[in-house]
Ligand binder design. Structure first.
Ligand SMILES: [Zn+2]
Ligand SMILES: [Zn+2]
Length: 163
């Protein structure tokens, strides 16, 4: 999968961000993530220059369905920074609202990736660490839902929540 194809999938989300939030910063892509903890990441130098890092193997394996899942997620981080700098939570209500506004016609494709994560019996939880994903077992997830357990991130000490 080439950067060109990544840009093609990204384009409609980018246009939406421009139209809704006046977002017109430069976004570069790097396909260099490995391992299990981070499936995508958005980093920045300032509000004009962002880099979205993508996961090599996930991109190879799931292609466009991975991109439709991860690109709006990371773009929403860029727009949150653009609008609020670091004044709000990484996966807070501003981020959720912006992500929701990016939803295009690809809910079925998106579902496919979510389904794969469910099949692996892991739920994705987030904390205050930017773009760290905690993969939580079904058993622990059910306990958290029933409020009979909480789970803190060892790094930021934040209570993790479903993303
Ligand atoms: Zn995130
Ligand atoms: Zn954390």
């Amino acid at each position: 999968m080439q950067i060109k194809q990544v840009r093609k999938v990204f384009e409609p989300y980018f246009l939406k961000a421009k139209e809704l939030y006046g977002f017109n910063s430069n976004i570069d892509f790097k396909i260099d993530l490995k391992g299990y903890s981070t499936i995508g990441q958005c980093i920045w130098r300032d509000k004009k220059n962002f880099t979205i890092r993508l996961h090599l193997l996930l991109l190879e394996k799931y292609g466009d369905s991975y991109l439709h899942d991860v690109l709006p997620h990371e773009l929403a981080h860029a727009v949150v920074y653009y609008l609020y700098k670091n004044r709000v939570k990484a996966h807070g209500k501003e981020w959720k609202r912006i992500l929701k506004s990016f939803t295009l016609v690809d809910s079925k494709v998106k579902y496919e990736v979510l389904q794969k994560i469910r099949e692996s019996k892991r739920y994705r939880y987030g904390c205050k660490c930017k773009d760290k994903v905690h993969f939580i077992s079904t058993i622990l997830h059910n306990k958290i839902e029933k409020k009979s357990a909480t789970y803190l991130c060892k790094v930021c000490k934040d209570t993790i929540c479903l993303i």
